[in-house]
Every structure is written in structure tokens, then in C-alpha cells.
Design a protein around this ligand. Structure first.
Ligand code: SF4
Ligand code: SF4
Length: 355
């Protein structure tokens, strides 16, 4: 049987307030939050955007959805988890500060902002899953403890997973630090000696102190490397190489198995919303926003696998090209295929347009 995925179309560059009005009409009309009970803690999991990014789902939508959840006498809050790589989002304090600067403060959303994995990303709970790589995964504790979950994701291209949407937001975005490390541990960067200028930027940013300089050339200690990819991001001289062909498929499978852990833990107490607007080549962790396809709309469903399959198809239909031609030329359907392989969700969907 096909999973129903609802689709609210939007015009290119349509105002966020108008999009929020459409989404509110859908949520109220379908009683989308019918699974939320009075006094429940309701986590809105999203990505608040890294410094210099623009694509993240705007606070106006959370203000509206939080208001609707409060009408059910429940207790909504905003949440995310710490990144592995250095920067504003690798612990709760500056992460919350950045989120507030991006408009996610209480004065704009009416929602408290509480990090799901604690102050430093180490508060976690284990969830048993029917995976092929893992039998249990480490998920940020508040994702599990909250009685209900609303996963709000921004569809983007992604340099390691092909695309990022609900599965990525759940799998990597809801994992604790140790869960994230487990996912990244197969990625192994190397230094292209001829290109390295010895500038030292990668040493500064490496969270594992795995890089040293020898004769003005960076050297990576692979036994210390956690595979976070930060050096690839910060090197301006294209001097860091990644063996993507050996890692991207495995990374996507690991992401999906962690996403499965979130879905298993929440059962029917979750709903998934993908925004196909401001779609960029890179995820919201990366600066240098560049829109790669006109805005499409919002997709809503109770199955994140069906939701992501539908989102991917709509983006490629709208662009008239595969995502590999729009973003990164790597296999990008591994997330969907692996979910099917482990019996997580259903990639077969029926798209129902909402006027
Ligand atoms: S950032 Fe790039 S160029 Fe600079 S030291 Fe590291 S690898 Fe070399
Ligand atoms: S050397 Fe490894 S741990 Fe250090 S920044 Fe690069 S990928 Fe991350």
C-alpha cells in the first residue's frame, strides 16, 4: 500500500507569512497534530542554520505550529543537537545564541529552545533497531523523552549524503555526539601535498587535533581522525581529499539506521514536514547559499521515507534534471533504498496535492 504524502504547492519566492498561512490551514483542516495530548512535551526538531546560511525553515512557521500545539494544552519546544565540527553549533550555549540571532528566540516563536543532547552533545539514550549495521543507535535523549515529535526539515543537496531532508534531520540531526561519530567513522580524508600551502586553517578547526604540520604540509593522523569532514570544509586550497566512493554509501546507510531509531522510538507520535523552498546545493551547515531550483512547496507525511522519496522526485521533476546534476554527483538514493532494505518506512507514496 502506498503512503499518503500531502503537498502544499508554493510560488517561487512566495512570502513566508503566506506559506505559513497555507500550512496552518492544512494543519487545522486535517487536525495534523491529533496525536498530541494535553500536557505532553512536544519537540519541534529543526536546523537553525549555521552562521552565514539562509535556507533554514523560518521561525514564523514554528510560531504558528507552536500556537496550534498550545491550543491542545500541550508543551511545545524547539530543539536541535550539537555538531561534531567546530563552530557556533558544537555545544548548546553558542548554538542557542546563533539560533536566537536567526530569529528563533522566544520573543519570535513563543517557544523555549532546549538542546536535545544537553550542554555538550553527550546526553543520549540507546534505541534498539532492526538494522544491518547497528542493532542499537545512540539518540539525543530529549528526542526520546518528549512524548511527541514534529520533524521539520529543509530539503537541500549534500556533499556526503546526496541530499538532506527528513531522514538526514533525524539520522544525523537527532543523534548524540557518539551517534554522529559512529556515522562518520568510515570517512578518511587525506592531504594533497602539492596543493597544501601550510596555512594551518585545518589544524585550527580539526575537533580531534588529528592534523599537524610537517615541512609546511598538513599531515593527518588517521588513528585520531573522527571523519567529521571539517578540514574539507575549511581548506580554501582544495588540498583535502576524501575517498567519497568508499564512504558516501556507508554514511547514508548509517544515517538511515539512526533515523530508524528515532522513528522506532516515536512510533505514531510523530509527524514529518519537508520544506522544498530555498533549495541549495549545500546543507544549512555550509555558508555560501545558492538556490538551485525554484521553490516547490511543503510536503507533509507520517512516514519519513515516503516523504523524502516524494521530495526527491519533486525536486528532480521541477529541475528537469537529476539531483546529481544540480548538487553533488554521488549516488543519492541510497537513503531511500537502504530504508526499504531494512524494512523501515515505505518509499512507495501517493502524492496528494492540497489546494
Ligand atoms: S587548510 Fe588546506 S592548505 Fe591549509 S594547511 Fe590545511 S590542508 Fe594545507
Ligand atoms: S582530520 Fe579528521 S577529525 Fe580532523 S577535521 Fe579532518 S576529518 Fe575532521
Amino acid at each position: 500500500m502506498k503512503e499518503i504524502v500531502h503537498f502544499i504547492p508554493v510560488a517561487d519566492n512566495e512570502a513566508d507569512e503566506e506559506i505559513a498561512r497555507k500550512l496552518e490551514a492544512f494543519i487545522v483542516g486535517r487536525d495534523l497534530f491529533s496525536f498530541v495530548q494535553a500536557r505532553e512535551l512536544v519537540a519541534f526538531k529543526t536546523h537553525f542554520g549555521e552562521e552565514g546560511t539562509e535556507g533554514f525553515v523560518r521561525p514564523v512557521h514554528f510560531r504558528m505550529m507552536g500556537r496550534l500545539v498550545k491550543k491542545k494544552h500541550a508543551l511545545p519546544f524547539l530543539t536541535d543537537t550539537a555538531t561534531l565540527y567546530s563552530g557556533m553549533r558544537n555545544q548548546a550555549v553558542s548554538h542557542i545564541e546563533l539560533a536566537q540571532r536567526h530569529g528563533f528566540g522566544f520573543e519570535n516563536t513563543g517557544l523555549p529552545l532546549i538542546m536535545a543532547d544537553g550542554l555538550t552533545g553527550d546526553e543520549e539514550l540507546e534505541v534498539a533497531i532492526p538494522g544491518r549495521i547497528y542493532r542499537q543507535v545512540k539518540i539525543a535523549s530529549l528526542i526520546i523523552k518528549a512524548q511527541s515529535l514534529v520533524v521539520v526539515s529543509h530539503f537541500t543537496g549534500h556533499l556526503a549524503s546526496g541530499f538532506g531532508a527528513a531522514l538526514k534531520n533525524m539520522g544525523m540531526g537527532c543523534a548524540s555526539r557518539r551517534g554522529k561519530l559512529a556515522q562518520h567513522s568510515t570517512a578518511t580524508p587525506s592531504v594533497k601535498k602539492k596543493k597544501c600551502t601550510g596555512c594551518g586553517a585545518c589544524l585550527t578547526w580539526c575537533p580531534a587535533q588529528a592534523i599537524t604540520l610537517a615541512d609546511q604540509v598538513a599531515r593527518i593522523d588517521k588513528s585520531a581522525c573522527i571523519g567529521c569532514g571539517q578540514c574539507l570544509t575549511v581548506c580554501r586550497f582544495d588540498a583535502i581529499g576524501y575517498n567519497w566512493s568508499a564512504t558516501y554509501e556507508q554514511l547514508q546507510r548509517k544515517i538511515v539506521e539512526h533515523a530508524c531509531g528515532v522513528a522506532v522510538a516515536k512510533g505514531n507520535k510523530a509527524v514529518y514536514i519537508n520544506f522544498l523552498t530555498r533549495i541549495s546545493r549545500d546543507c544549512d551547515c555550509m555558508s555560501g547559499y545558492r538556490k538551485i531550483v525554484p521553490d516547490i512547496g511543503i510536503l507533509i507525511g507520517r512516514d519519513p521515507v515516503a516523504l523524502d522519496a516524494a521530495s526527491l522526485d519533486l525536486v528532480e521533476q521541477r529541475a528537469g534534471r537529476p539531483l546529481t546534476a544540480l548538487a553533488y554527483d554521488i549516488p543519492h538514493r541510497v537513503q531511500i533504498d537502504h530504508a526499504r532494505d531494512i524494512g523501515f518506512g515505505n518509499p512507495e507514496y501517493e502524492l496528494v496535492a492540497v489546494s
